[in-house]
Design a protein. Sequence first.
Length: 246
Amino acid sequence: MVAPPDNDVLWARALHFTHNDGSPALSGVSLGVRQGEILAVGGPSGSGKTTLLRCLSGLVPAQRGEVWFNSTPVHTMGPLARERMRRDRFGWIDPVPALVPELNVWENTALPLMLRGTSRRRARTAAQEWLERLDVGELTRRRPHQLRQAERQRVCIARALAPAPTVLFADEPTAPLHRADRAHVLRTLTTAARSHGITVVLATHDAETAALADRTVPLLDGRCVRTVHLPPVQDTEGRAACSLSV
Ligand SMILES: Nc1ncnc2c1ncn2[C@@H]1O[C@H](COP(=O)(O)OP(=O)(O)OP(=O)(O)O)[C@@H](O)[C@H]1O
């Protein structure tokens, strides 16, 4: 087992994952994510983006291959150790907002901090700050069912950022937002990540979203593809320049 390069906070080698019904999702994906980097995982629907994020975060173990977080091999960890790592070091944003219905907005936002052992008072203060940054600071006492879908998603983003995770996994985080909201929320997310040194792995099929990242790894049918841009050619015969994905 060879340890990953020192400057990669997250590193995966030859990941394979097949779902229980036999659907292949990852077929030998290898990548490294540098400390503080915002990495977009691109690709069309069904290309394996969600599965890759789930394997990298230790939510599900890959059937073959290696995942390393800093110098720790995630692929050899048991379920409890992976759960603790996710609680203490990682954040997660789903495409569909999932909040605890019995808790109000600030309690939902403060929950990951309190699970890490932060006092209720400090967790509440941090939650309030992040809710304000995401323009939902006036909704703190409401329950999830009293919010619009877009507001619920902002709360989920505040909840993921509040503990300043080492790595934030964001799976199509702006999917439930209107186009007008999207840019603002994404900017808040990426600015917060950069100012707090949070590494972000962002799954998206949207080129505009991917453009906010430092780098994009495109997936296709569970494999990383490399985009090769050909040099511009003289368009003497009316042909357009093109790029190839290999
Ligand atoms: N629970 C499941 N059971 C069986 N097959 C699944 C399951 N979840 C995903 N798949 C299949 O695994 C492959 C990869 O899916 P995945 O959700 O990782 O892709 P994705 O790029 O995130 O797609 P999307 O953008 O639509 O979420 C697809 O062929 C998908 O149909």
